[in-house]
Design a protein around this ligand. Structure first.
Ligand code: SF4
Length: 508
């Protein structure tokens, strides 16, 4: 008679302190910029760490083979990414070396979306690969100090968590610089070059952070991150590199705000049809979504629950006050980083405003995916004239996103003028997705051109007159020169108004 194999939940073998020297922590899921700075933070604390290769289309196929068919597309892509990496390493080094040399660190969550079950997909894939003894560890998104994993090889403490958050914020502001500059660069490829140099400089800054994780006092670690100029000084040095880039802001381009599911909107590569690069190649300026908005949401969302418990829970007020203080630290830090880069990166949207805007269409307490933010961000961009068009990236087989898209139908009913392109990403329907986006982009291009002509007509300026001002004031053509928002969505139109206001006398 065949023996019954009972189900046992996956439990990783301990990862011991002694193993830190020769075990590498694998991670992934963000952009190469975020991952490089995260790697620096891990190196700073004495870990070997390595991001997984950027997602490829072939990862989707590998994931589909090993996990359940109903999984959402980010789950399949990211699982397949780990699978392909492990397969190639097993082929190169042999099975035993791989299970002993690597551990995988991933974010965990609970709630109605797949994100709470990513680790289940990973363990299912490990079973399929015959690597059940490979170790993966979960990092809760909402706890800065989670203690040591079994064996003490990995310590999720304040030194690590704050390093990771600060690394993410720095990568966010530099990503904004990248997308603000590249569409207007005069020398093709220069933005990319400066961006890589900047990230490498910041890599050294994070790796040499004078916090080694052994400092016992948590307040001291928090105070150091919050109060010192260590990171802002580094960003100011980085800004000088960007000054070398010459830009032409008279190129009229539609601005496209990217929204959607967290992983899909953040990703830069084949996991979302390379949508951001494709939009740029089609002549658009892209507004990328900062990871910081998600962290801000995680931080802010418990407040409402606590407000409701105020009468019954004695400590609710105190907890609210602590969260508000942390929010203040978070926002101030982000704004300091923006200012160090000349105030060019975009400000973070106010979470209360996102909630208020989304409220008639999507309830704030409906959790899962981006929650109400998908609706709130689209309205924020539209009503504040931050973009001509919204490109929303939805993964197939995503329940929370399906609800948000349903809510967006009502938003569009109220604002038929909003240019909104919901793109479903399946991994194998690229032409369909891009052509759909192109149709809306054509309309956005017309709007950008109309705005530009309106700005010229209102100010009485001509392109030749602006060129003459630029010749006398070459600082205007530097990528670090900040153009304020004068109520137009497009960069070129705001630039015209700026020249008219600031150089009126010179133009008379
Ligand atoms: S939000 Fe949707 S796509 Fe993202 S992890 Fe959850 S279920 Fe998957």
């Amino acid at each position: 008679m065949q023996a019954v194999a009972h189900y046992t939940a996956y439990k990783p073998r301990p990862f011991t302190r002694e193993e830190r020297q020769h075990v590498t922590i694998l991670f992934g899921g963000l952009t190469w910029k975020h991952e490089r700075l995260i790697q620096a933070t891990m190196h700073n604390l004495g870990y070997n760490a390595q991001p997984l290769p950027n997602i490829r289309r072939s990862d989707l196929d590998a994931g589909k083979e090993l996990i359940d068919v109903g999984a959402c597309c980010p789950t399949i892509f990211t699982t397949g990414n780990l699978v392909n990496f492990l397969k190639s390493e097993v082929a190169r080094r042999g099975r035993d070396e791989v299970v002993n040399k690597y551990v995988f660190l991933t974010a965990g969550a609970c709630g109605p979306c797949r994100f709470g079950q990513y680790h289940e997909s990973y363990t299912m894939a490990l079973d399929g690969l015959g690597l059940r003894d490979f170790r993966l560890f979960l990092l809760a998104q909402n706890q800065l100090d989670q203690g040591a994993a079994a064996g003490g090889g990995l310590e999720i403490n304040l030194a690590l968590s704050l390093g990771l958050v600060w690394a993410i914020l720095c990568a966010d502001v530099l990503t904004d610089m990248e997308y603000l500059t590249r569409p207007y660069e005069v020398v093709p490829g220069q933005t990319e070059e400066v961006l890589r140099e900047s990230i490498e400089e910041l890599y050294e800054v994070f790796r040499n952070r004078p916090i080694q994780g052994r400092e016992g006092n948590k307040w001291k670690i928090l105070g150091w991150h919050y109060l010192t100029d260590y990171f802002t000084d580094a960003l100011e040095r980085v800004r000088k590199k960007w000054e070398a880039i010459e830009v032409d802001r008279l190129r009229v381009k539609p601005k496209v705000k990217i929204t959607g599911e967290f992983w899909l909107q953040t990703h830069e590569g084949e996991g979302n049809y390379n949508m951001k690069r494709w939009l740029e190649q089609e002549g658009a300026e892209v507004i990328p979504p900062p990871v910081a908005v998600w962290l801000d949401y995680l931080l802010h969302s418990p407040i409402l629950k606590l407000e409701k418990r105020r009468r019954h829970e004695r400590r609710a007020r105190l907890k609210i006050a602590i969260i508000r203080a942390l929010e203040h630290i978070f926002h101030r830090t982000y704004n300091r980083f923006r200012q160090a880069l000349g105030g060019l990166p975009y400000e973070l949207p106010d979470q209360e405003e996102l909630k208020r805007l989304a409220d008639p269409y999507y309830h704030y307490e409906l959790r899962g995916g981006e929650g109400h933010m998908l609706v709130g961000k689209a309205l924020y961009a539209y009503l504040h004239k931050k973009a001509h068009m919204i490109c929303e990236l939805s993964p197939y087989s995503c329940m929370p996103n399906t609800m948000s898209i349903g809510a967006m139908a009502q938003v569009q009913g109220k604002y038929p003028d909003m240019l909104y392109a919901p793109i479903e990403v399946k991994g194998d329907a690229e032409i369909h997705a891009l052509s759909r986006c192109q149709m809306i982009l054509t309309e956005a291009k017309k709007r950008a051109q109309q705005e530009f002509e309106q700005a010229l007509a209102e100010t009485g300026l001509t392109v030749e007159a602006i060129r003459a001002v630029e010749a006398r004031h070459p600082e205007l053509t530097r990528s670090t020169y900040r153009i304020p928002h004068y109520g137009y969505a497009g960069t070129a139109a705001n630039y015209v108004v700026h020249i008219a206001r600031k150089w009126r006398r010179a133009l008379a």
